[in-house]
Design a binder for this molecule. Structure first.
Ligand SMILES: Cc1ncc(COP(=O)(O)O)c(C=O)c1O
Length: 397
């Protein structure tokens, strides 16, 4: 049998710390490795597999579109692109859409849009305020936007035009705002940075400040969007509307896509100012349309709220049994559990051996971001495994 892990060592750039399994197949919330072992997937392709693996609605849309038309240039009109654009606009507070291929690319486009807005309306203002422990992507500009030195330090000089301030500190945003500022860009809930929830009133205070200063509010909903937190978009839970919003990850259920959405006033690009070869292509947009339509038609966000509440509740109930658990936090099916010690890696390995995929968020924290179609049964199954792994861990302490 081919040793895929050896091939990876030889041929692939060594950028990922991988776990020792080769996944070959998936169905619903489960995946299987090349030796036929089954795993319950609570990583969900990093918060991507909205409908689980190979959902019939998604597979059907992809197969039909693959037989019809996969790619044209954006010089022509194509149907899935416009169907998806209309669906997103009709179900959000935004007015227009541009499609790209990934989260980082969507955020790059959002920053370009904000800079162009600054050029036209704010005397050339170009600076974007972002927060520490945020994550906005891996391109050079998004590394500069991302307020985490570990992602920045290997690539000097970083592009200028970004100011990183502490999260949940409205005064820091106010003091960082100058005549150069064109926008504040923020995740409603910081995902990669720790599943950090905004304090009560923080996002509305940013909205108010942006209005007062005439600058734009960009919400990066790449991780929180498309039902993940229990509403179609997280902003709905915080009483704010962004001027620009970015989506990617779960938008097409696993097919690469990114999107910039903007209110009419912020939608200032004119022909030639932005573009993409693949962005908005019929295949990705057919996948996006099938995914978002399924989420809306089946009230998946409402279901996420219920199942996510159950997950958090059950994790809270595990706390008294395991003093190492110091915090449980999250919204919907974006949930983290934090420990007093750096046990996340050994828990990930132990859970893997017992048939559960979970994500190491930090050395002392795990993250759960399963497909949005799971129910209480899968939560119970995952927590039975975690319980065993924690039992082993606490004996070793
Ligand atoms: C909030 C947020 N923004 C942007 C990105 C970057 O997305 P991508 O990896 O598709 O470029 C991520 C990825 O984790 C993210 O969580």
């Amino acid at each position: 049998m081919t040793n895929w892990q050896e091939l990876e060592k030889k041929y692939y750039m060594q950028t990922f710390e991988r776990l020792p399994v080769t996944l070959v197949r998936g169905k619903g919330p489960y995946v299987w490795d090349d030796e036929g072992r089954e795993y319950l997937d609570f990583v969900g392709g990093w918060a991507v597999t909205t409908l689980g693996h190979c959902h019939p609605a998604l597979t059907k849309a992809l197969t039909e579109q693959a037989n019809l038309l996969i790619q044209t240039s954006n010089q022509y009109y194509t149907v899935p692109q416009l169907q998806l654009a209309r669906l997103l606009v009709g179900n959000s507070c935004l007015d227009r859409v541009f499609f790209g291929n990934s989260g980082a690319e969507a955020n790059e486009g959002a920053v370009k849009l904000a800079r162009r807005y600054g050029q036209l309306n704010l005397n050339g203002a170009y600076e974007v305020i972002t927060t520490l422990s945020s994550f906005h992507g891996r391109t050079l500009a998004m590394v500069a936007a991302t307020g985490q030195p570990k992602f920045q330090q290997s690539y000097p000089p970083l592009p200028t035009g970004f100011v990183n301030v502490p999260f949940n500190d409205i005064e820091a945003i106010k003091s960082a705002t100058t005549e150069r500022t064109c926008a504040v860009m923020i995740e409603p809930i910081q995902g990669e940075g720790g599943v950090n929830l905004p304090d009560e009133g923080y996002l509305p205070a940013i909205r108010k400040w942006c209005d007062q200063k005439g600058i734009l509010l960009i919400l990066d909903e790449i991780q929180t969007g498309v039902g993940r937190t229990g509403t179609l978009f997280a902003y709905e839970q915080y009483g704010v509307e962004p001027d620009i919003m970015t989506l990617a990850k779960g938008l097409a259920g696993g097919v690469p896509i990114g999107a910039i959405l903007a209110k009419e006033k912020a939608s200032v690009f004119v022909p030639g100012e932005h573009g993409s070869t693949f962005g908005g292509n019929p295949l990705a947009c057919a996948a996006g349309y099938a995914t978002v339509k399924f989420v809306i038609d089946n009230n998946i966000a409402g279901r996420v709220k219920e199942v996510g509440g159950y997950l958090i509740d059950r994790l809270e109930k595990m706390k008294p049994n395991y003093p190492a658990i110091t915090d449980v936090r999250g919204r919907g099916l974006l949930v983290a559990i934090e420990f007093s010690d750096e046990i996340a890696q050994s828990l990930v390995t132990d859970c893997l051996e017992r048939g559960l995929l979970v994500n190491k968020l930090k050395p002392n924290a795990l993250r759960f971001m399963p497909p949005l179609i799971i129910g209480r049964k899968e939560v119970d199954e995952a927590l039975a495994i975690l319980d065993k792994a924690l039992g082993v861990e606490s004996k070793q302490q």
